[in-house]
Write a protein that binds this ligand. Sequence first.
Ligand SMILES: [Zn+2]
Length: 278
Amino acid sequence: MVAEATEETLTREGGVREHVVGAGIGCPGSIDRSRRLVRTTSNLGWVDYPIRGQIANVLQLPTVLDNDANCATYAEWWRGAGRGLEHLVGITVGTGIGGGVMLGGKIMRGASGSAGEVGHTTIDFNGRRCSCGNYGCLEAYASGPSIAVRARRGLEAGCKSVLTELVDGDLDRISAALIYKALMLEDKYAHEVMLEIAKLLGIGIANIINTLNPDVVVVVGGVVGAGEHLFETIRSEAQRRSFRSAFETCDIVPGELPETAGIIGAAGIFISEIFEQL
Ligand SMILES: [Zn+2]
């Protein structure tokens, strides 16, 4: 599949195989960069999975592996909303919630490569079970699937919304994307759900601001589709809970590279590491 995708991309872009110098891989989960493995990934169920070696074998080229949220964060710093800034935190909100931290223009990976797991910081110590096994993580409330669960429960309890029509009464078909669509249709219930989610994201971001004092927090992923409304609430909740000086120097903005941040970042990290080795 990797070989076919490479050939397809070269054909589509008019590229030449000899000009491809290597590959960058962005993968969800905890990455062991010294052993070049995906240590664990709760959403895919992999344990010590050697994806870098497998892809390098197929391509016969130098290959670099990093966490997908680190890739998206690097991309927003390199080519997106955080260009030219020193201290940036990226939060990816999609199937899960990931995060990446860049301090002084470098990715901060931490002692075991797990830094930046914003989605698994606790926002409710008695909270819902998360895919990581913990309880009350931000991801258990504000990831795409968690937003859908929140909306579905309200509708099952009798709340009225255009969402019920959008799924022809089959509430299992409700997704975060449909909730953003209902929001654009000025649906009051979708607005209420997203207001709650935005507050929770604001709490998570306030924790980041008080811990790391970044220049910018860039929110990436499908949730950006909920629009500027979402960001107004995120900012006001983060402001309420952050140190004033830290909040005033920190922008909270949507990413500028929808759909492509992970890919651009994987390429950027590959380039930066190859140049560091030269
Ligand atoms: Zn968790």
